[in-house]
Each structure stands twice: as C-alpha cells, then as structure tokens.
Design a protein around this ligand. Structure first.
Ligand SMILES: *Cc1c(COP(=O)(O)O)cnc(C)c1O
Length: 421
C-alpha cells in the first residue's frame, strides 16, 4: 500500500478525476453546503434506497395485507431475501445471513444461542475497548445464567490504542465458553485479524462471534472461509440504509440445527409457520433466528442501498477506502502534526484498519464543534478523538484535502476556543 501523494489541491482533483467509483456520489443525497465525513455513524441516503422504500410504502397503500405475499419482493421473505443479497459482502452463503432485528438484539439472540456455561468453561471473553452496548448485553447474558459478570466477563486489555491479537489469544483459556469481539474498534478503527482469532479460538474449542458494525460495507469479510461461528452488524453505517434500520446476522451453516436462544414465530420453518403449532421448530437457516414479523419499513431501504454497494463491488470500495484514509493520514502527517497543530494519528498505518481515521487532539471536542460550524460533519469520541470517515461511495479526495485545510485554519485562528468544553 504505497501511494505517491503530494499536498497540492491540484493533486486532490487529479485523484478524483482518476477515481473509477466517482460517479457513485450522484447516487446519494448529499446535504447541501456540507462536507459529510460521518458515514461510519450514519451513512448518507442513496436514491435507490428511497425508491425501494417508496415502492414498499406504496404496496402498503395499494396491497395492504396482501403485500406479505404479493409485494414485488414479498414481505414474507424480505429478511431472507436481503440476507441473500448481503451474503457476498461477508463471504457467506445466501441462507447464512438474514436481515432482522437490531444490532444489540441480535447480539442477545446469538450469545444466548452460543453461550452455554458448563463445568469449568463459564466465562465470556470480550475486550475493554468494545462498544458499550455489547458489554451491557454480555453482562446481562451472564446474569441470565445465574452467574456474576464481575467474575465471568473477561475483558482483554489493549496495548495503548490497539490490541495485539496474540494477547487476546492468551486469554482464551479453558475457562472461556465464548469469545465475542468487534471486527474493528469504533474509536481507533483498528481492524482485528478475524481469521487468526477464529483459528486460535477453535483450536481451544471455543466458539467465536464478531460484531461487524464498523466494517461491513467498508471491508470484505470471509466468514465461511474463516469458519466464524456467528456475526452481526447494523445496516445504517457503511451500508447506508437509514437511522435505526434493520440489522443483519450471520450463522455458520454448521450451526443451523442449534436451538435459537431467543425464539419467535418468524423463525419457524417457513412453510409451516401458519400451522400455528405450539411447538417451536426453527427454520434451518439464518432465517430461523428471526423473532418477530419482519420490520418491513425499516428493511425496505436496505434493498436499494445494497444494490448500490453491490454494483460498486466491495473490493473496489475497499481499495478506494484504503487510498482515501492513506491520503488523509499523509496530509495530516505533512500539515497537522507539528506545533501549533499537534494532531496525532490514532489509527493503524497498516491495512489493519477499517474505513475511518482517528485524529487525536487534546481539544478534539471543541475542534469537532468548530468543524460543524464550517459545515464539516465528523464526530467526537471521548476522550480525544475526532473520527473522520471518507466513504468510498460518496466522498471525494478534494473533500479530504479541504478538511485538512479547514483543520489547519481552525487551529491557526483558534476558532475552537469560542466553544465551551
Ligand atoms: C453502531 C454500533 C452498535 C449499535 O448498536 P444498535 O443496537 O444498532 O444501536 C453496536 N456495536 C457496535 C460495535 C457499533 O459500532
């Protein structure tokens, strides 16, 4: 990953003109007078997502209940259909992925399926830099087994901003019943080596799952090849499917016959669902892990969004994303690290990173506010991080160049000082 960059504006323009994905920007609604670099929190709205959403609302108007079977994409199979569409993004077979629920609910459902404390193996291994919701949920899962999270939740400590995967592996002892890790850290953007972690976990007889919110749509995944047991991720970050949109889950097909930990009628064997039997029999596919009726209105935009992502291709997206984050790191290194700027890069410089760059600065919070008044949307993560996500599908190299100039001015003119801490 060696790029020959320079700091000139003209160079940014040239990168844009040579970009094979440049036309995808027109497929999105870009807020006016805004440089939007927050697609790792909420992706922008693709026009195709609006179309699939409007089609479904129209089906509700015109077909009403018949939409379940007579919609253009019948609602009854919507979750499975979207799962099959998304499967190539994560290296899975179509029936191993389903669009259902929400991220944290899917965590509960999957952990309750895979966490069976037994004998000496009673603990869950996660990590100290995990997204808080995951930790809250894991503690509850442990409590539901009648155990104390203080003793049964092991959190791998980082080495500074990052993890050394070998240190995580050292914690995979014979007391661990389940490993649950993020694919990428939401602050530093470090991408963990999922293949290696899965391999090591399995060597020790421990099932392993990943929260992939911060990587699906930005990075290719190979769940089947790696042998990951389960995974889940949201659709509203790099998948651009709208605030609180339906999430996804993946179950490796070797586990299809496992009993779902949280069952509901939508996971029933599809052809027999209306038998209304009181004995639950789950579908032998990821669809078996659905709980409730598909939330169709929160799923409809996913169809259009996935079309755009699949058309661009996840490998092309990854290639451009790495080039964009490399370019941003290059500009920060050359223009923003010395006194008085004093920014530091808090993201791996290798390819072990997802789609955003963490800029560290002791005034990160006020700088994020100052950026906002300049029409630049990024986000702040405590204690000292401005996260900047140049998204391959809709951001430009020139925007990255502009943001670095704006950051330079914000520091030079001390613009951030007008905001309270
Ligand atoms: C965004 C994110 C979530 C969000 O959880 P919701 O249940 O969708 O609110 C969970 N985990 C990680 C790692 C995230 O980045």
């Amino acid at each position: 990953m060696n790029f020959d960059f320079n700091v000139d504006e003209e160079f940014a323009r040239r990168l844009d003109s040579q970009d094979s994905l440049k036309n995808f920007r027109e497929r999105f609604y870009i807020p006016s007078n805004t440089i939007y670099l927050d697609g790792n929190s909420l992706g922008l709205f693709p026009k195709e997502a609006e179309m699939s959403l409007l089609r479904v609302t129209n089906e509700w108007k015109t077909l009403a209940i018949q939409g379940w079977f007579e919609g253009q994409r019948p609602w009854w199979y919507f979750g499975e259909d979207l799962g099959a569409m998304a499967a190539p993004l994560v290296g899975a077979e179509p029936e191993e992925v389903v669009a259902t629920g929400t991220t944290t609910i899917n965590l509960h459902s999957l952990v309750s399926t895979f966490y069976h404390p037994n004998g000496n193996r009673t603990k869950i291994l996660a990590d100290e830099l995990d997204f808080p919701s995951d930790i809250y949920a894991l503690k509850d899962q442990i409590k539901l087994k009648g155990l104390n999270p203080d003793q049964h939740l092991v959190l791998a400590p980082p080495n500074g901003r990052f993890f050394d995967e070998k240190k995580i592996v050292e914690l995979m002892t014979d007391e661990i019943a389940l490993v649950l890790l993020p694919s990428a850290l939401y602050r530093s953007g470090q991408l963990l080596d999922m293949a290696y972690l899965t391999d090591e976990s399995h060597k020790r007889g421990i099932p392993i799952g990943f929260d992939c919110c911060h990587s699906v749509g930005a990075v290719p995944h190979y769940f089947d090849e790696w042998g990951v047991d389960f995974a889940f991720w949201c659709s509203y970050k790099y998948l651009n499917s709208g605030p609180g949109g339906t999430a996804f889950l993946y179950i490796n097909k070797k586990h299809f016959s496992k009993e779902p930990g949280l069952s509901g009628w939508f996971g029933y064997v599809k052809e027999k669902q209306f038998d209304m039997s009181l004995d639950f029999k789950h579908a032998k596919s990821a669809g078996g892990w659905q709980i409730s009726s598909s939330n169709i209105l929160c799923s409809a935009p996913i169809e259009g969004s996935l079309k755009v992502t699949l058309e661009a291709g996840i490998h092309g997206i990854r290639k451009k994303s790495l080039k964009m984050t490399s370019y941003l790191i290059y500009l920060v290194d050359h223009l923003l690290t010395e006194d008085p700027y004093d920014f530091e890069i808090g993201t791996p410089r290798t390819e072990q990173r997802t789609g955003h760059v963490a800029l560290e600065h002791c005034e990160a919070f006020r700088i994020t506010e100052a950026l906002k008044t300049r029409g630049v949307i990024t986000d702040f993560r405590p204690p000292n991080i401005v996260r900047i996500a140049p998204v391959a599908l809709y951001n430009t190299y020139h925007e990255i160049w502009q943001v670095v100039q704006i950051l330079k001015e914000i520091i030079e003119k001390q613009e951030y000082k007008q905001f309270s801490k």
